[in-house]
Design a protein. Sequence first.
Length: 220
Amino acid sequence: MSILVPPLIVETRLRKYPLTADLILTARQETDARTAITRGLAEYTSQVRGIAAGGRELLFAAVFDTWADFEDSAEYPSAVVMVPEDITYSDARLTPEVNGQRFPLPDGRSIIVGAELEFDAAVEVWCTDTEERAMLVAALEEAYNPVDWMYGFNLELPHYFGTSARFELKALRYDDSDEDAMKRYRRAVLTLGCGVPVIRLSRFPDALPAADVRVGLAPL
């Protein structure tokens, strides 16, 4: 999926303040947990603005949450969110957390959290000159550390149950080569640690776990 800017309407939201109450989760699911991360990060990145010398505003022409299709025309500057092949499900619970009592859905089903999905995502930025790259990277460094109360940032993901994902900027690399220089490509890769709950819905209404314990005297 490509995301073009401007203009652009995105649903992913930055959490500007610490969590003071439980999120209101929903039954809306448009992606898996992995794509929820890449889509949210791509939507957030697409809104970043940089300022070049002389006051020229730098905008991303396109941001992708996966590699662009062959038929998509190249536009610069652009960015793509990439993930490693292997992804770890961590903090898996023997007994999944059932949130039906805190987040009851209209049809009576419950939201179940069984693990956390954690991995490093790479935002690869493609520019056509070094100044453009430097100022867009500067804008991303600021956007990826937007608040004073934590390192990194949290995004609310309406397209994935309305839950929240966390991101931390970990590394930066400039990818330069003779071949890219001849084509006027200037690339930067920013690596972020990411995490999101893995969520599913109970199959049946009111499907909360219950135990049937009977106590009695054994027959003589």
